[in-house]
Write a protein that binds this ligand. Structure first.
Ligand SMILES: *[C@@H]1O[C@H](CO)[C@@H](O)[C@H](O)[C@H]1NC(C)=O
Ligand SMILES: *[C@@H]1O[C@H](CO)[C@@H](O)[C@H](O)[C@H]1NC(C)=O
Ligand SMILES: *[C@@H]1O[C@H](CO)[C@@H](O)[C@H](O)[C@H]1NC(C)=O
Ligand SMILES: *[C@@H]1O[C@H](CO)[C@@H](O)[C@H](O)[C@H]1NC(C)=O
Ligand SMILES: *[C@@H]1O[C@H](CO)[C@@H](O)[C@H](O)[C@H]1NC(C)=O
Ligand SMILES: *[C@@H]1O[C@H](CO)[C@@H](O)[C@H](O)[C@H]1NC(C)=O
Ligand SMILES: *[C@@H]1O[C@H](CO)[C@@H](O)[C@H](O)[C@H]1NC(C)=O
Ligand SMILES: *[C@@H]1O[C@H](CO)[C@@H](O)[C@H](O)[C@H]1NC(C)=O
Ligand SMILES: *[C@@H]1O[C@H](CO)[C@@H](O)[C@H](O)[C@H]1NC(C)=O
Length: 250
């Protein structure tokens, strides 16, 4: 009896750890989705998208501002482009005449899709009151090393890990912006070229490489617990054999 409960407790621990490493729950699409005329939601994006801008303040020193795309209440536009050409999704936010926006463009090669262009236009409004460039629009081009780069059609890209752009270039009225710029993505989930009719949520996701390495921890814990079970069992069996040997010698 004691052996059984000890064993099942250990097994429960192992199963619990494995379950914790799986994705639980269905996400709500917050940032936006784009639908074609047949009710096929071709592009969906969700997650935290931010841009970091260093600027020169009037006091002649460098300051930094992080602009985050709001996860609720932004306007979303885009194109499914007949599911053949390039698709895009554009998220626009901010007050009238002071809007900022970001756009992701996707391309498809047979049965896979990839992000081919990621840009933004940041209106340097109230967060930039002390900037010498206050009230101007800064155009940004982001370069991310997504891994994997190509995702199967009907599948989404999912990355819990924090991703940083390796290069962000900016321009103001066509002139190159010469202070440091950055961009980050957290908990990002993207899907383009979805063909499943009536599916307004992300389907089978492909995790980024960065997430796979973080799975190592729960798997290691699971293996350690499984090892513990084996050790306890062996100790028990050895102990029982010793005891029965002791009985025989009496
Ligand atoms: C799309 O969905 C709307 C509302 O659910 C419905 O009225 C319309 O008929 C649908 N269109 C097609 C082409 O299925
Ligand atoms: C940009 O801003 C960051 C954060 O404040 C700062 O550490 C860095 O030195 C700034 N870069 C320049 C060139 O001023
Ligand atoms: C700001 O700094 C630059 C170089 O560091 C200098 O040339 C310029 O005169 C300074 N401007 C003011 C207003 O202090
Ligand atoms: C549709 O795709 C083509 C090329 O594949 C591209 O040139 C065009 O701009 C796209 N149209 C829209 C509305 O995105
Ligand atoms: C936006 O800009 C237009 C044209 O410059 C102007 O007529 C309008 O009043 C502005 N709206 C707001 C809310 O500032
Ligand atoms: C988009 O994909 C098509 C083939 O599917 C290819 O010919 C074209 O060069 C790609 N465009 C870009 C910008 O990668
Ligand atoms: C702008 O400068 C003033 C005075 O130096 C300061 O009190 C204020 O916090 C600054 N605002 C921002 C957004 O940096
Ligand atoms: C960033 O991109 C720009 C324009 O494509 C290029 O000139 C620059 O060398 C790149 N910088 C890095 C660090 O890759
Ligand atoms: C995607 O799913 C739709 C609906 O299930 C299916 O018709 C289509 O063939 C699938 N596309 C690919 C490339 O698997």
């Amino acid at each position: 009896m004691a052996r059984l409960s000890f064993f099942s407790l250990a097994l429960l621990l192992v199963l619990g750890t494995l379950a914790a490493s799986q994705d639980i729950g269905i996400p709500d699409v917050e940032n936006g989705l784009i639908e074609d005329e047949n009710n096929v939601t071709c592009v969906m994006v969700q997650g935290t998208i931010s841009f970091t801008v260093n600027y020169t303040a009037k006091a002649n020193k460098t300051e930094v501002v992080t602009v985050t795309v709001p996860e609720h209440g932004a306007a979303v536009t885009g194109s499914c482009n007949g599911t053949e050409g390039e698709q895009y999704i554009e998220i626009t936010w901010g007050p009238v005449n002071e809007t900022s926006s970001t756009r992701m463009t996707f391309n498809r090669t047979k049965d896979t899709w990839s992000l081919i262009d990621f840009t933004a236009t940041v209106f340097m409004g109230k967060n930039f009151v002390n900037a010498t460039v206050y009230g101007e629009k800064l155009d940004l081009v982001m370069n991310y090393n997504f891994s994997p780069l190509e995702i199967g059609v009907n599948r989404s890209f999912n990355c819990h890990s924090h991703l940083s752009a390796f290069n962000v270039t900016g321009s103001l009225d066509g002139a190159e912006y010469d202070l440091p710029l950055g961009s980050d993505l957290t908990n990002i989930q993207i899907q383009a070229y979805n063909e499943i009719i009536g599916e307004r949520d992300f389907v089978d996701s492909v995790h980024c490489t960065a997430d796979n390495t973080s799975d190592v921890v729960p798997i290691a814990v699971g293996c350690a617990l499984a090892g513990l079970v084996v050790i306890v069992l062996i100790a028990y069996l050895v102990g029982r054999r010793r005891r029965s040997a002791a009985y025989q010698s009496v």
